[in-house]
Design a protein around this ligand. Structure first.
Ligand code: AP5
Ligand code: MG
Length: 215
């Protein structure tokens, strides 16, 4: 199963990708997570990426395409993968097409999660992530343990730097301008499936599974 999860910041791409990893035993490829790892490691690429991420803008296409190109060549991607947060621009989508062609692979489906703007802001401001195991939570919709630690490993929780209100607003604007047009791009390719992302996490998961059964 080779899938793209498309959707604005807070749509639930990471949450749904984690459930699909369990269901299909294929890896999640999150460019956001990979970039945050590079930021934490303070690699030259991470230092450069952080400037764009903190402002809510996009990291240059050549950087992210390079990361994804390398990742897709790993053995664990042969059976399938879930792209989370990539592609985000038309040049990235064109590059992905080229990379997959070189690898002799084809996409099965592009799932676009539809979520109201008010819900997106609430989801992003309430999001917390475990600093140890990386599991994501929401203070209201998917609460951590009662003492505010990770429900799975007891680790400390943190809030993402780009989940501040002003950065969120810019991320939304960038999404509308640069990423939303990819819906038409993949519709024309006959790959786009829109899924209502407004329900509970498991309800959205079931809707995605149903959509994937038809492809
Ligand atoms: P990235 O990390 O990809 O961020 P994003 O696209 O803005 O999306 P988020 O991760 O914020 O949201 P999500 O859809 O994963 O939602 P989640 O499941 O966590 O990218 C970050 C930055 O990196 C970018 O701004 C850019 O600078 C750079 N970057 C990354 N990729 C790039 C690329 N390809 N090109 C250039 N630059 C790139 O859910 C959010 C919260 O809601 C959670 O708390 C969750 O528990 C909760 N939740 C989820 N689903 C539900 C539900 N159904 N009901 C209630 N709550 C829910
Ligand atoms: Mg995410």
């Amino acid at each position: 199963m080779k899938i793209i999860l498309l959707g604005p910041p807070g749509a639930g791409k990471g949450t749904q990708a984690a459930l699909l990893v369990e269901k299909y035993s294929i890896p999640q490829i999150s460019t956001g997570d990979m970039l945050r790892t590079a930021v934490q490691a303070q690699s030259p690429m991470g230092i450069e990426a952080k400037k764009h991420m903190d402002a809510g803008g996009l990291v240059p296409d050549s950087v992210v395409v390079g990361i994804v190109r390398e990742r897709l060549q790993n053995d664990d991607c042969q059976k399938g993968f879930i792209l989370d947060g990539f592609p985000r621009t038309r040049p990235q989508a064109d590059s992905l097409k080229q990379v997959l062609k070189e690898l002799g692979q084809e996409l099965d489906s592009v799932i676009s999660l539809q979520v109201d703007i008010d819900a997106l802001v609430e989801r992003l401001t309430g999001r917390r992530t475990c600093v140890d195991c990386g599991k994501g939570f929401h203070l209201r919709f998917d609460p951590p343990a009662q003492d505010g630690t990770c429900r799975f490993c007891g680790g400390e929780l943190s809030q993402r730097d780009d989940d501040r209100e002003e950065t969120i607003r810019n991320r939304m604007k960038v999404y509308q301008q640069q990423t939303a047009p990819l819906e038409d791009y993949y519709r024309e390719e006959g790959l786009l499936v829109t899924v209502d992302g407004m329900g509970e996490i498991l309800k959205v998961h079931r809707a995605i599974i149903e959509a994937l059964q038809d492809c």
